[in-house]
Design a protein around this ligand. Structure first.
Ligand code: CDP
Ligand code: CDP
Length: 211
């Protein structure tokens, strides 16, 4: 038996995590924020003094990196070296290097394996950049959530976070392996003029029509 995998992709600050978390709660599926996994790798590299720009050093550090998950309700949090990570993942130092780390093919292979493994056990709502294109290309539930650059920058600024989202999007869309892209069969949801509830209702309606 295979479980549904709801794929939600899109650029930075488009509202992916917010809507994915709510959709998961409504369907009682597990919400997995894959950006948090890439951020956890970046955070750990910085913590252990590995230069994120050195691909060889990053590859060497991967086997020793202990990453696991802890579920609270319908949300799966990342645990690294026994510590549940949250606020530290959104630090400006992590924002600055995460896209560089995510461009390393070995890092992607390491994390995509864990992401697919999760869906062997249960239905998931998974949010990221390559979920519909690379992690679950056969899913029937693919959504590309976006908003204008101005709206996204305003949303992130309203959170009081220092984050050069345009630069991260540029790096994410131009990397060689699994770049940020809309899968041809994903439904495009432009949320520039939509409330969170409207986006959630729209996607849930589409999922239910296909279940
Ligand atoms: O929340 P925000 O959209 O700002 O970023 P995120 O989802 O936490 O992702 C952080 C970074 O991880 C992205 O800018 C990508 O470089 C990387 N990422 C990725 O490459 N593939 C994914 N499936 C998810 C995130
Ligand atoms: O995960 P991603 O970086 O794509 O975005 P997010 O962290 O879920 O959302 C960024 C901010 O935009 C949050 O503060 C949301 O509450 C807000 N948001 C919004 O104002 N309107 C929406 N339709 C979706 C998100």
């Amino acid at each position: 038996m295979s479980f549904p995998a709801i794929a939600i992709d899109g650029p930075a600050a488009s509202g992916k995590s917010t809507v994915a978390g709510r959709i998961a709660a409504r369907l009682n599926y597990t919400f997995i924020n894959t950006g948090a996994m890439y951020r956890a790798v970046a955070w750990r590299l910085l913590q252990t003094g590995v230069d994120p720009a050195c691909v060889g050093g990053v590859e060497e550090a991967l086997p020793a990196l202990s990453l696991s998950f802890e579920k609270k309700g319908t949300v799966s949090a990342v645990v690294c070296e026994g510590r549940v990570l949250d606020e530290e993942l959104r630090a400006p130092s992590v924002n600055a290097v995460v896209s560089m780390v995510a461009a390393v093919p070995a890092v992607r292979a390491f994390l995509v394996g864990k992401q697919r493994e999760y869906n062997l056990r249960e239905p998931v709502v998974m949010e990221g950049r390559d979920i519909g294109t690379a992690v679950f290309p056969d899913s029937r539930f693919k959504y590309f959530v976006t908003a204008s650059e101005e709206v996204r920058a305003a949303r992130r600024a309203a959170e009081g976070v220092v984050d050069s989202i345009a630069e991260r999007d540029r790096q994410d869309a131009s990397r060689a392996v699994s770049p940020l892209a809309k899968a041809p069969d994903a439904l495009l949801v432009d949320t520039s003029d939509m409330t969170i509830d409207e986006v959630v209702d729209f996607i849930i309606r589409d999922i239910r029509s296909k279940l």
